[in-house]
Design a binder for this molecule. Structure first.
Ligand SMILES: [Zn+2]
Length: 114
């Protein structure tokens, strides 16, 4: 089991007046299969904070997202990721996961009730 956190890259988020608060938390479990492919399962979690996309009142949202990925020796095929030299690099997978997890807007409590 791998647990770590990292600072979110600034270029991922394009909701106006919204930023990450704190690091992205990652927990991953992995299993190496007989054919040397590596199955990764786990999740990421992070908090967004800023201005409500509708009324501009302060808003924040904690987001968690399940991650599931397969790494294959050599090249990935688009559905899977590749790895070389016995080193699995989670960077691209995490970037994709954050992109999928990101909402298109941030709403305050009032606005998200509607
Ligand atoms: Zn609002």
């Amino acid at each position: 089991m791998l647990d770590f956190s990292y600072d979110p890259p600034g270029d991922l988020l394009d909701i106006p007046f919204v930023a990450f608060r704190g690091p992205i938390e990652v927990h991953l479990a992995y299993r190496i299969a007989e054919d040397d492919s590596v199955e990764v399962q786990g999740g990421i979690a992070f908090t967004l904070t800023g201005a409500c996309s509708r009324c501009l009142e302060p808003a924040s949202e904690h987001i968690s997202y399940d991650v599931e990925a397969l790494f294959e020796k050599g090249e990935g095929d688009g559905e899977t990721y590749g790895y070389r030299g016995g080193i699995v690099n989670f960077g691209e997978m995490l970037r994709d996961a954050v992109l999928f997890a990101l909402p298109s807007r941030l709403l305050c409590e009032e606005c998200s009730k509607e």
